[in-house]
Ligand binder design. Structure first.
Ligand SMILES: Cc1cc2nc3c(=O)[nH]c(=O)nc-3n(C[C@H](O)[C@H](O)[C@H](O)COP(=O)(O)OP(=O)(O)OC[C@H]3O[C@@H](n4cnc5c(N)ncnc54)[C@H](O)[C@@H]3O)c2cc1C
Length: 479
């Protein structure tokens, strides 16, 4: 094993072994820094980790890794090589009581929609193109692009169930291109494809997928860091972040058994949720900033998994469930991703995704009730397996999607500015920087955050550039 560095100063600490934290750690390691990565979970990957249950492997809902970003493509090539499936993204959507394959066919839609409504969609779209109007909310952005009739019929009900509020209350930045992390813009692209007859797949038509689950990509990055001699403290939660004179000086960590330890730190790159970071600073932030942190909202996700014998209820990887009458937002069939995930031939595992607020009725429902709900909704979609599932289980994920509500914009900006005042702290990632980053964007955000940290004057005096070491190099190697 090659020692990471002979530098005996405190390490740069990275919080979180999700895509952003691992992207940051990778970059810092390549810059010759001694790093210590701290992760609450025992497994790498964050929300992109894969779960193993006996011989079954599943991801936390569908996890499409599609990217044109050279850094991410370079990492995939370097770490997975030929051991990655290149899938053609197969998706469908369930709308108005009917399953639609993607790309949708105009004749098929014309058969199922009242002619007046379809004409209204097209007229609205043309009007929006001619006079797009102001985009001061997420809803306004979509109306400006697609016209009010299509927005009202298709997007509004879906976005309400996804975000738990009207999209008029959400920031226009809620979905900014591929960095959106939710489904509205994805669906918008499909509509655009329908209207323009183009292949909306574009950059996201090709999906990279490790045959043993998306998490194995992130485990490979963690493995590379270990092999380079860097320290990964897994199963350790950051419970306090100490600072003095505008610099982060150390962290207090707690293991699952309650054992506490102290970690001195020279620079901090954090991908833990922003609200948590703000409330764990010691000494505490002034009360108005703590109130700002308290105003940050995150949606949560409940995942219901059903193992069954009917392996082909639908041919796609996933189906987006846009019907307002159904609580489910997305449905995934893991056999269609990689048969190696399954515990045996002739079996599949479906995953039903429900967006919710921690503490609401879906979040607090017991496992049996959630399995029943999922099976009833599958039956309503005509996708139910008559036989009871061979196995079923539920995973609750708190705080998966930052809510960029307009009401909270000022609070987010104040908090961001205050944290930026720390000379050796940079926040990154979906929850860390509070933005809708898909995994490829989160990886690159981590890479860029590491570069920003190295450039911060108060974080200066870091290790001199290290000589090149053996090991994979991303497409765009960090300088
Ligand atoms: C249901 C679902 C479906 C998704 N589908 C897709 C998809 O199809 N395609 C796609 O590209 N993306 C998808 N995503 C988004 C993707 O998971 C995220 O973009 C990505 O995981 C963000 O990476 P991150 O590193 O910013 O955050 P995370 O993955 O959340 O990582 C943050 C890490 O910080 C750790 N942490 C938090 N607090 C502490 C603490 N106090 N101490 C120590 N460690 C801490 C956490 O345990 C976690 O490991 C999906 C997400 C969900 C929830």
């Amino acid at each position: 094993m090659t020692p990471a560095t002979t530098d005996d100063r405190p390490p740069i600490v990275v919080i979180g072994a999700g895509p952003a934290g691992l992207g940051a750690a990778w970059t810092l390691a390549h810059a010759g820094e001694r790093i210590c990565l701290v992760e609450r979970d025992t497994q790498a990957g964050g929300l992109c980790r894969s779960l193993r249950r006996g011989a079954l492997t599943v991801d936390l809902g569908a996890h499409y890794l599609s990217t044109e970003l050279p850094e991410v493509r370079g990492l995939i090539a370097a770490l997975l090589g030929d051991e990655v499936l290149r899938l053609r993204r197969l998706t469908g959507f369930f709308w108005r009581g009917r399953h639609h394959a993607y790309p949708p066919r105009l004749p098929e839609l014309a058969r199922h929609l009242p002619p007046g409504e379809l004409a209204g969609f097209v007229t609205g779209l043309v009007r929006a193109r001619l006079a797009p109007g102001d985009a001061d909310s997420h809803a306004a952005t979509l109306r400006a692009h697609y016209g009010a009739p299509l927005y009202d019929a298709f997007f509004a009900p879906y976005l309400r169930k996804v975000w738990g509020m009207d999209a008029d209350e959400l920031d226009p930045g809620t979905q900014s291109g591929r960095a959106d992390g939710s489904f509205g813009l994805w669906l918008a692209a499909r509509w655009r494809a329908l209207m323009h007859g183009a292949d909306a797949g574009r950059h996201d038509a090709e999906v990279f997928y490790p045959p043993d689950g998306i998490g194995s990509f992130y485990e490979a990055i963690a493995g590379w860091l270990r092999a380079q001699g860097h320290e990964l403290r897994m199963g350790r939660e950051v419970v306090a972040i100490e600072h003095a004179d505008g610099r982060i000086t150390g962290l207090r960590l707690r293991a699952a058994d309650g054992e506490e330890s102290h970690l001195p730190c020279r620079g901090l790159l954090s991908s833990m949720p922003l609200r948590l970071l703000a409330t764990r600073l010691s000494p505490a932030l002034p009360a108005p900033l703590l109130a700002d942190a308290g105003a940050l909202r995150m949606r949560s996700t409940v995942l219901v998994y059903l193992v069954q014998r009917d392996t082909r209820p639908f041919p796609e990887h996933s189906v987006y469930v846009t019907d307002a009458g159904l609580g489910m937002t997305r449905l995934t069939n893991f056999t269609n991703w990689s048969p190696r995930l399954m515990p045996g031939p002739g079996l599949t595992c479906l995953c039903c995704e429900y967006w919710c607020d921690a503490g609401d009725a879906v979040w607090t429902a017991d496992e049996a009730a959630l399995v029943t709900l999922a099976r009833e909704e599958l039956a309503a979609m005509g996708l139910a397996d008559d036989a009871p599932p061979i196995d079923s289980f539920v995973v609750r994920l708190a705080g998966t999607h930052p809510v960029l509500d307009r009401a909270g914009r000022a609070a987010r900006e104040r908090l961001g500015a205050a944290l930026d005042g720390f000379g050796n702290l940079v926040v990154t990632g979906r929850g860390g920087a509070f933005g809708h980053l898909d995994q490829d964007r989160a990886l690159v955000d981590g890479i860029e955050a590491a570069r920003r940290l190295l450039a911060k004057p108060a974080a200066g005096g870091m290790a001199p550039p290290a000589p090149a070491r053996d090991g994979p190099v991303p497409g765009d190697q960090p300088s």
